[in-house]
Design a protein around this ligand. Structure first.
Ligand code: NI
Length: 205
Protein backbone atom coordinates (compact mmCIF):
# COMPACT_ATOMS: atom_id res chain seq x y z
CA UNK A 1 0.00 0.00 0.00
CA UNK A 2 1.43 3.32 -0.99
CA UNK A 3 0.39 6.68 -2.35
CA UNK A 4 1.03 5.71 -5.95
CA UNK A 5 -1.89 3.32 -6.22
CA UNK A 6 -4.11 5.94 -7.83
CA UNK A 7 -3.33 5.91 -11.54
CA UNK A 8 -3.93 8.77 -13.96
CA UNK A 9 -6.24 6.37 -15.75
CA UNK A 10 -8.49 5.98 -12.69
CA UNK A 11 -8.66 9.78 -12.34
CA UNK A 12 -9.60 10.02 -16.03
CA UNK A 13 -12.38 7.45 -15.49
CA UNK A 14 -13.75 9.52 -12.61
CA UNK A 15 -13.70 12.62 -14.83
CA UNK A 16 -15.61 10.79 -17.59
CA UNK A 17 -18.19 9.50 -15.10
CA UNK A 18 -18.75 13.00 -13.72
CA UNK A 19 -18.93 14.53 -17.20
CA UNK A 20 -21.78 12.15 -18.06
CA UNK A 21 -23.67 12.43 -14.77
CA UNK A 22 -23.49 16.22 -14.38
CA UNK A 23 -23.88 17.27 -18.00
CA UNK A 24 -27.40 18.62 -17.64
CA UNK A 25 -27.34 19.99 -14.11
CA UNK A 26 -28.68 23.55 -13.84
CA UNK A 27 -28.41 23.98 -10.08
CA UNK A 28 -24.84 25.28 -10.11
CA UNK A 29 -23.36 21.80 -9.69
CA UNK A 30 -22.66 21.20 -13.37
CA UNK A 31 -19.57 19.54 -14.80
CA UNK A 32 -17.72 22.85 -15.08
CA UNK A 33 -18.21 23.53 -11.36
CA UNK A 34 -16.51 20.23 -10.67
CA UNK A 35 -13.76 20.98 -13.17
CA UNK A 36 -13.11 24.35 -11.48
CA UNK A 37 -12.92 22.62 -8.09
CA UNK A 38 -10.33 20.22 -9.52
CA UNK A 39 -8.28 23.17 -10.83
CA UNK A 40 -8.58 25.03 -7.51
CA UNK A 41 -7.46 21.87 -5.71
CA UNK A 42 -4.49 21.47 -8.02
CA UNK A 43 -3.42 25.05 -7.31
CA UNK A 44 -3.68 24.55 -3.53
CA UNK A 45 -1.67 21.30 -3.80
CA UNK A 46 1.35 23.29 -5.03
CA UNK A 47 1.81 24.79 -1.56
CA UNK A 48 0.69 21.85 0.59
CA UNK A 49 2.22 18.48 1.41
CA UNK A 50 -0.55 16.18 0.21
CA UNK A 51 -1.23 13.11 -1.90
CA UNK A 52 -2.13 14.99 -5.07
CA UNK A 53 -3.57 11.96 -6.89
CA UNK A 54 -5.94 11.31 -3.99
CA UNK A 55 -6.92 15.00 -3.96
CA UNK A 56 -7.62 14.90 -7.71
CA UNK A 57 -9.73 11.75 -7.49
CA UNK A 58 -11.76 13.05 -4.54
CA UNK A 59 -12.17 16.48 -6.16
CA UNK A 60 -13.66 14.92 -9.31
CA UNK A 61 -16.06 12.86 -7.21
CA UNK A 62 -16.89 15.38 -4.47
CA UNK A 63 -20.48 16.09 -5.62
CA UNK A 64 -21.35 12.53 -6.70
CA UNK A 65 -24.42 11.36 -4.79
CA UNK A 66 -24.87 14.74 -3.04
CA UNK A 67 -28.25 14.94 -1.27
CA UNK A 68 -29.04 18.24 -3.03
CA UNK A 69 -29.06 16.37 -6.33
CA UNK A 70 -30.86 13.23 -5.08
CA UNK A 71 -34.08 14.52 -3.48
CA UNK A 72 -32.49 15.00 -0.09
CA UNK A 73 -30.93 11.54 0.10
CA UNK A 74 -27.15 11.24 0.38
CA UNK A 75 -26.03 8.55 -2.06
CA UNK A 76 -22.35 9.48 -2.24
CA UNK A 77 -20.92 6.40 -0.53
CA UNK A 78 -23.01 4.03 -2.65
CA UNK A 79 -22.31 5.71 -6.00
CA UNK A 80 -18.60 6.38 -5.42
CA UNK A 81 -18.00 2.85 -4.16
CA UNK A 82 -19.89 1.43 -7.15
CA UNK A 83 -17.87 3.42 -9.65
CA UNK A 84 -14.46 2.77 -8.09
CA UNK A 85 -15.14 -0.94 -7.61
CA UNK A 86 -16.11 -1.21 -11.26
CA UNK A 87 -12.74 0.33 -12.12
CA UNK A 88 -10.99 -2.18 -9.83
CA UNK A 89 -9.72 0.45 -7.43
CA UNK A 90 -8.09 -0.71 -4.22
CA UNK A 91 -10.43 -0.88 -1.19
CA UNK A 92 -8.20 1.46 0.79
CA UNK A 93 -8.47 4.09 -1.93
CA UNK A 94 -12.25 3.71 -2.03
CA UNK A 95 -12.42 4.14 1.72
CA UNK A 96 -10.22 7.25 1.63
CA UNK A 97 -12.20 8.90 -1.18
CA UNK A 98 -15.56 8.18 0.48
CA UNK A 99 -14.25 9.65 3.73
CA UNK A 100 -12.94 12.81 2.05
CA UNK A 101 -16.21 13.37 0.18
CA UNK A 102 -18.22 12.91 3.40
CA UNK A 103 -16.08 15.57 5.10
CA UNK A 104 -16.28 18.22 2.38
CA UNK A 105 -19.92 19.36 2.56
CA UNK A 106 -20.79 22.67 4.28
CA UNK A 107 -24.25 21.54 5.34
CA UNK A 108 -23.08 18.31 6.95
CA UNK A 109 -20.83 20.45 9.14
CA UNK A 110 -18.07 17.82 9.24
CA UNK A 111 -14.50 18.83 9.97
CA UNK A 112 -12.01 17.46 7.45
CA UNK A 113 -9.58 15.09 9.12
CA UNK A 114 -6.83 14.92 6.48
CA UNK A 115 -4.94 17.53 4.48
CA UNK A 116 -6.45 16.00 1.32
CA UNK A 117 -10.00 16.59 2.63
CA UNK A 118 -9.04 20.12 3.71
CA UNK A 119 -7.82 20.91 0.20
CA UNK A 120 -10.93 19.55 -1.55
CA UNK A 121 -13.15 21.44 0.90
CA UNK A 122 -11.27 24.70 0.27
CA UNK A 123 -11.38 24.14 -3.49
CA UNK A 124 -15.15 23.59 -3.39
CA UNK A 125 -15.73 26.58 -1.14
CA UNK A 126 -13.70 28.88 -3.40
CA UNK A 127 -16.15 28.11 -6.19
CA UNK A 128 -19.01 29.20 -3.93
CA UNK A 129 -17.68 32.75 -3.52
CA UNK A 130 -16.62 35.70 -5.70
CA UNK A 131 -18.09 36.38 -9.14
CA UNK A 132 -18.58 32.68 -9.87
CA UNK A 133 -20.10 32.11 -6.43
CA UNK A 134 -22.64 34.90 -7.04
CA UNK A 135 -23.64 33.34 -10.37
CA UNK A 136 -23.99 29.90 -8.79
CA UNK A 137 -25.95 31.27 -5.85
CA UNK A 138 -28.64 32.71 -8.13
CA UNK A 139 -28.64 29.65 -10.39
CA UNK A 140 -29.15 27.36 -7.40
CA UNK A 141 -31.79 29.69 -5.93
CA UNK A 142 -33.68 29.78 -9.23
CA UNK A 143 -33.55 26.02 -9.64
CA UNK A 144 -34.92 25.62 -6.10
CA UNK A 145 -37.71 28.16 -6.66
CA UNK A 146 -36.28 30.83 -4.36
CA UNK A 147 -36.71 34.58 -4.74
CA UNK A 148 -33.73 36.75 -5.70
CA UNK A 149 -34.37 39.05 -2.74
CA UNK A 150 -37.14 39.52 -0.21
CA UNK A 151 -36.79 42.69 1.89
CA UNK A 152 -39.76 41.57 4.03
CA UNK A 153 -38.20 38.27 5.03
CA UNK A 154 -34.60 38.05 6.17
CA UNK A 155 -34.83 34.62 7.76
CA UNK A 156 -32.57 31.72 6.75
CA UNK A 157 -33.04 30.34 3.21
CA UNK A 158 -35.59 33.06 2.38
CA UNK A 159 -33.88 34.26 -0.82
CA UNK A 160 -30.66 34.06 -2.81
CA UNK A 161 -29.45 37.36 -1.35
CA UNK A 162 -30.11 35.95 2.13
CA UNK A 163 -27.89 33.00 1.18
CA UNK A 164 -24.92 35.39 1.08
CA UNK A 165 -25.40 35.91 4.84
CA UNK A 166 -26.32 32.29 5.58
CA UNK A 167 -23.22 30.91 3.88
CA UNK A 168 -21.20 32.80 1.26
CA UNK A 169 -19.88 35.62 3.49
CA UNK A 170 -18.92 33.12 6.18
CA UNK A 171 -16.73 30.94 3.98
CA UNK A 172 -13.66 33.21 3.89
CA UNK A 173 -12.98 32.57 7.57
CA UNK A 174 -13.49 28.82 7.23
CA UNK A 175 -10.70 28.17 4.72
CA UNK A 176 -8.21 25.52 5.86
CA UNK A 177 -5.16 26.48 3.81
CA UNK A 178 -3.20 29.70 3.32
CA UNK A 179 -3.47 29.56 -0.47
CA UNK A 180 -7.25 29.29 -0.33
CA UNK A 181 -7.45 32.04 2.26
CA UNK A 182 -5.62 34.52 0.06
CA UNK A 183 -7.78 33.68 -2.99
CA UNK A 184 -10.88 33.89 -0.77
CA UNK A 185 -9.96 37.39 0.47
CA UNK A 186 -10.19 38.85 -3.01
CA UNK A 187 -13.41 37.02 -3.83
CA UNK A 188 -14.97 38.09 -0.54
CA UNK A 189 -14.22 41.75 -1.22
CA UNK A 190 -15.89 41.45 -4.59
CA UNK A 191 -19.05 40.01 -3.00
CA UNK A 192 -19.20 42.90 -0.55
CA UNK A 193 -18.87 45.35 -3.40
CA UNK A 194 -21.59 43.49 -5.27
CA UNK A 195 -23.99 43.67 -2.30
CA UNK A 196 -23.32 47.38 -1.87
CA UNK A 197 -24.22 47.99 -5.50
CA UNK A 198 -27.22 45.64 -5.25
CA UNK A 199 -28.74 47.51 -2.30
CA UNK A 200 -28.09 50.88 -3.95
CA UNK A 201 -30.31 49.70 -6.80
CA UNK A 202 -33.09 47.92 -4.92
CA UNK A 203 -33.55 50.04 -1.81
CA UNK A 204 -35.64 53.15 -2.24
CA UNK A 205 -33.87 56.36 -1.38
NI1 NI B 1 -19.18 21.12 -5.24
Amino acid sequence: MNDHLISDDLIKKAEEFVRKSFEKDASGHDFFHIQRVVLNAKKICRTEQADEQLVMLAAWLHDVGDYKLHNGIDRSEELITGLLKKENADNLIIEKVVKIVSEVSFSKGNKPGSIEAKIVQDADRLDAIGAIGIARCFAYGGSSGNLIYNPDNLSKNSSSIQHFYDKLLILKNLMNTETARSIADKRHQFMELYLEEFYSEVVEH
